[in-house]
Design a protein around this ligand. Structure first.
Ligand SMILES: [Zn+2]
Length: 73
C-alpha cells in the first residue's frame, strides 16, 4: 500500500527541458523525489523532510513578525 502525494513546486525549473512549473515533489519510502511531468526527468532528493519542515516554519514565522510590525508602525 503505497500512497504518493505529488506536489507542484511553484517557480521550479526543470534542469532537463527548462520548463517552469512542471516539477512535482513526492515521497516514496524514506526518500523524496522530484519529477518533471513534461519530459519525465526524475531525481532523488538528498534533503531530509524534517529539515525542510523546520526551514519552512522559520520562514513563515519571519513573515508573520514582519507583517505585524508593519501594521503597528
Ligand atoms: Zn522537464
Amino acid at each position: 500500500m503505497t500512497k504518493r502525494v505529488k506536489r507542484f513546486i511553484a517557480g521550479a525549473v526543470c534542469p532537463q527541458c527548462g520548463l517552469q512549473d512542471k516539477i512535482v515533489m513526492y515521497d516514496e519510502g524514506h526518500s523524496s523525489y522530484r519529477e518533471c511531468v513534461s519530459c519525465g526527468f526524475r531525481e532523488e532528493l538528498v534533503t531530509t523532510t524534517s529539515t525542510a519542515d523546520k526551514a519552512t516554519a522559520v520562514d513563515i514565522q519571519t513573515v508573520n513578525i514582519v507583517g505585524v510590525s508593519n501594521k503597528d508602525v
